[in-house]
Design a protein around this ligand. Structure first.
Ligand code: FE2
Ligand code: FE2
Length: 195
């Protein structure tokens, strides 16, 4: 148990002022989903809710702005990021939260940093945020696996995560899309962990 030194209602008020309405509502829904999921899998309620609230602090920024902030922050920008700068909103968001929002907990910042792609060896908080973000019902149209993953996530966090990632990799392969190496790493790690 860590000491929780954040005033979530102040942070939510600030988010409401800076985020577009639709994005703020997404963060609100994700905080509810993550809170329930976190309760099932051992996360601290105030930590998981705050993490979900702040996870998309940069999602509304334009691609050029994300690339320029990433360069300012010393975050590596890969050719994949150049092609799809939205991939940078997690890393840039995490760095912004650390620099400008006073959020210093490594687990919270890592969860924000990796919430788009996942990574090898994710913490429980990282897993819960990744999945809760994808399971926002407004994303169901884009992710046909969501109904099945949502059911599985009631009892099996890692199985749900693996199912979601496998479906996503399959979709991207079959549509000739790029696949982020961190997503591959995350999926491989889950399979190795499962044994
Ligand atoms: Fe996001
Ligand atoms: Fe999100």
């Amino acid at each position: 148990m860590t000491t929780f030194g954040y005033n979530t209602s102040d942070i939510v008020g600030r988010l409401e002022r800076v985020l577009p309405k639709g994005l703020f509502e997404h963060c609100h829904r994700v905080s509810g989903i993550a809170s329930d999921m976190g309760l099932r899998f051992g996360c601290e309620k105030n930590v998981v809710e705050l993490t979900a609230w702040v996870h998309d602090v940069c999602r509304h920024e334009r691609g050029e702005r994300l690339i320029s902030l990433a360069k300012d922050f010393g975050i590596p920008v890969t050719p994949l990021d150049e092609r799809a700068p939205v991939l940078l909103h997690g890393p840039v968001g995490a760095e912004l939260l650390r620099r400008e929002w006073g959020i210093v907990d490594a687990d919270i910042l890592n969860a924000v940093w990796w919430h788009t792609t996942g990574r090898k060896g994710m913490s429980v908080l990282e897993r819960v945020l990744f999945l809760s973000d994808k399971l926002d019902p407004t994303k169901d149209k884009g992710y046909s696996q969501n109904a099945s993953v949502r059911t599985r996530s009631q009892s099996d966090l890692n199985g749900a995560l693996l199912e979601w990632m496998s479906a996503q990799v399959g979709y991207q392969l079959s549509h000739g899309e790029t696949i982020h190496p961190s997503l591959i790493d995350a999926r491989n790690a889950l399979i190795i962990e499962r044994g």
